[in-house]
Design a binder for this molecule. Structure first.
Ligand code: IPE
Ligand code: IPE
Ligand code: MG
Length: 242
């Protein structure tokens, strides 16, 4: 089943832009919310599959800072789904060594969702097998500008000098401090863009796009993406092997 994958060449960190829920639903003459509900099933399937094959870091783009522009009822439905997901999956996360984290401007989320997130993160904080990070109210440019503000504050207070600014220091001020950069970025739903996701972190990430909408992206599609990744030659600007 997973035997085609080379365990020595697994991506350490997989990030996913889970796109295409609305179009999946509209194509079936269903409400967009139904697409998000089926999308939540894909999240379950991919978290489970990722854990099974040994992915250590899985980061899911669940709600962008720009998604606040959507209609209120859709935002509310997404927030409710998120809360339900956290409650329903807690047991599975605890049983499988999955630690939940979140990145983004979490303070903009409804209070009850913030509390559910913090509680789930707290209760899973000792889990060591996989880190599942949800990007919520997340924007890559916002993240970089938050990091710059923090660095500027430290310079103003004298805790830091401008000469100490380096790539490593910037990375440590991002929401993703302590996380490795993604090895593989998957975008479902057929678009070829990064939509403000992990801009700094994807400098050398391998990108995989598929027309499959997120509600149809399950274990088999995930394994295909990883299989494709395993055929790539990563060069990081240097010369290749052959
Ligand atoms: C992705 O699906 C989920 C979120 C952005 C929250 P979309 O809702 O963007 O679905 P499409 O792109 O309209 O099909
Ligand atoms: C990206 O999808 C954001 C998430 C998947 C959460 P969007 O549907 O919001 O992106 P655009 O608008 O097509 O760029
Ligand atoms: Mg979309």
């Amino acid at each position: 089943m997973t035997s085609d994958l080379d365990p020595a060449k697994l991506p350490r960190h997989v990030a996913i832009i889970m796109d295409g829920n609305g179009r999946w639903a509209e194509k079936r003459a269903l409400n967009r919310i139904r697409g998000h509900e089926e999308g939540a099933e894909s999240v379950r399937a991919i978290v489970r599959a990722g854990r099974e094959i040994g992915i250590r870091w899985l980061t899911l783009y669940a709600f962008s800072e720009e998604n606040w522009k959507r209609p209120k009822y859709e935002i509310e439905a997404l927030m409710n789904l998120l809360k339900r997901f956290l409650t329903a999956e807690l047991r599975e996360m605890l049983d499988n060594g999955i630690r939940l984290r979140f990145i983004g401007r979490i303070g903009k989320l409804p209070q009850d969702v913030q509390e559910a997130l913090k509680e789930t993160a707290e209760r899973t904080s000792n889990n060591k097998d996989m880190v599942l990070t949800l990007a919520l109210s997340y924007g890559g440019r916002q993240e970089i500008s938050d990091a710059l503000k923090e660095i500027a504050r430290q310079i103003e207070s004298g805790a830091l000098s401008s000469g100490e600014i380096s790539q490593e220091l910037i990375a440590q001020r991002l929401y993703t401090a302590q996380m490795p950069d993604p090895d593989l970025l998957i975008r479902t739903g057929g678009e070829y863009r990064v939509s403000n996701f992990l801009l700094w972190q994807i400098a050398y990430t391998e990108i995989y796009t598929t027309p499959v909408p997120w509600p149809e992206f399950k274990k088999q599609e995930f394994l295909e993406a990883i299989g494709d990744y395993q055929k790539r030659e990563r060069r990081f600007g240097a010369l290749g092997e052959d």
